[in-house]
Design a protein around this ligand. Structure first.
Ligand code: EPZ
Length: 421
């Protein structure tokens, strides 16, 4: 198994290109199931999660052609062979459950394995199921699989979500494009990835209004056509690399970065003593003094502070001046990076969903272990600030969501290398 070795203490300088969003691509790819015409995605990220989604779609009979080193994906589901998403693939990636809505909408049936829990939580699918049942789907849980059918197709309905679930909003949004009649999603998720999906579906011929707000209205149509769509910039990769110069010192410009993607995150950076400046090509980031200031953080649904940047923010606050309180309100177990940061000398106390971080002068490099995607990158960032060498193991987690991280950070001066075991 590979590891990444980071040696701290070198200020960063230069530009980092931000890739297309993993969490947008993972919902745009299954959208191909809604049409027999080809869907072309540009600005696609090169990540292992995309390979997993490709394998899943191919197991259903979808043709996936990858071009330009993976930055362009052409998908076509004109020759489907299956509507069953197998446990072997789904267990590796929860986002596999995003084939449920499109399969039901166009093929009126689907068998999708429950994803099972993962490191950060139980991650049930009750909101997806309740919503699709409101549209006429009959869904039964048997042997760990959701057996779903919609004889005669789905019907438009009013669909109130008990929680603004990103995945459930995406499944219902895709399903509603081909349902008979009008669907209104209430308490819909407002993430930029939802907006990106709606734009793509509209270019395929869907009739959608209100994406980005809590109420999305979809008028079902008979069929969807071909489209070419650019994947939106990855706001989580963006936020991650914006933090790099805060850890290591120096200044970094994140190419493709947009303030509207990271609004609440930038507010917190400003309070922590970090300057973020818009440039013609992106966002330039530099900390105002040698040490950031403590800030309190509570994760919320968009446009609140993103849960996917909580681990990275906690790592940065470990050496801030003062005490910070972080509250994780989206997932029930998303502080697994804390024990690893403590190994590096951080002073963190976790009680349930609340972590109290007392800033220390400096972290010390140590061997640490990645536990989930965002926790692993928080350890890489901590290594940039730590004294000496940090070795992060189990970095297969990292490769799920960050393309060529060691190349991107080396290019701005970080001492970082991948070591094969
Ligand atoms: C998406 O996951 C993202 N993944 C996650 O990013 C992100 O953390 C999450 O949204 C929240 O922003 C993708 O887009 C592929 P949810 P999703 O449904 O859709 C509970 C990363 O690091 N819930 O909004 O699965 C759930 O257990 C990943 O890139 C139910 O209880 O998130 C969780 O506590 C991690 N029942 C909360 O809601 C349901 O039916 C948020 O889940 C669905 C969700």
């Amino acid at each position: 198994m590979d590891s990444i070795v980071v040696t701290g203490g070198t200020p960063l300088k230069g530009k980092i290109a931000i890739a297309g969003a993993k969490n947008a691509a993972l919902t745009l790819m299954p959208a191909t199931l809604l049409s027999e015409e080809p869907l072309t995605l540009t600005n696609a990220p090169r990540l292992s999660d995309i390979k997993t989604m490709t394998a899943l779609l191919q197991s259903l009979g979808v043709e996936v052609t990858s071009m330009q080193d993976g930055k362009v994906q052409v998908l076509s589901s004109h020759a489907m062979t299956s509507t069953t998403a197998d446990y072997e693939i789904v267990r590796k990636m929860r986002a596999s459950n995003l084939v449920l809505g499109p399969l039901l909408a166009r093929h009126h049936r689907a068998v999708v394995s429950l994803p099972g829990g993962c490191a950060i939580g139980a991650r049930p699918m009750d909101i997806h199921v309740t919503a699709l049942e409101a549209m006429g789907a009959e869904i039964e849980l048997k042997d760990g699989y959701l057996h779903a059918k919609a004889p005669g197709g789905l019907k438009g309905a009013k669909v109130p979500l008990r929680f603004a679930s990103v995945g459930a909003t995406e499944n219902v949004l895709m399903a509603a494009t081909l349902a008979k009649g009008t669907t209104v999603i209430e308490n819909a998720a407002r993430e930029p990835e939802i907006v990106d999906l709606a734009k793509c579906l509209r270019s395929m011929g869907a009739q959608i209004e209100g994406e980005g707000t809590s109420t999305i209205t979809i008028q079902g149509v008979d069929r969807l056509g071909a489209a070419t769509h650019p994947v939106v910039t990855d706001r989580i990769e963006l936020g991650t690399y914006m933090l790099a110069p805060v850890f290591a010192g120096g200044e970094v410009e994140c190419l493709g970065g947009r303030l509207d993607l990271v609004g609440s995150f930038v507010e917190k950076l400003d309070a922590a003593g970090v300057d973020v400046t818009e440039t013609p090509d992106g966002l330039k980031v530099k900390r105002r003094t040698d040490r950031a200031k403590a800030v309190d953080v509570t994760t919320e649904v968009f446009p609140g502070f993103p849960t996917d940047l909580q681990a990275q923010m906690m790592a940065m606050l470990c050496t801030a001046e003062g005490t910070s309180v972080l509250e994780e309100k989206i997932f029930e177990n998303r502080f697994m990076h804390a024990p690893e940061l403590i190994r590096m000398g951080a002073d963190i106390e976790v009680h349930g969903g609340i972590a109290t971080v007392r800033g220390v002068e400096r972290l010390k490099g140590a061997p640490v272990m990645a536990t989930d995607l965002r926790a692993s990158v928080s350890l890489i960032l901590a290594g940039l600030a730590a004294e000496g060498e940090t070795t992060v193991s189990r970095i297969y987690h990292l490769d799920r969501g960050y393309e060529h991280i060691e190349e991107k950070l080396s290019a701005v001066g970080a001492k970082i290398e991948r070591v094969s075991a």
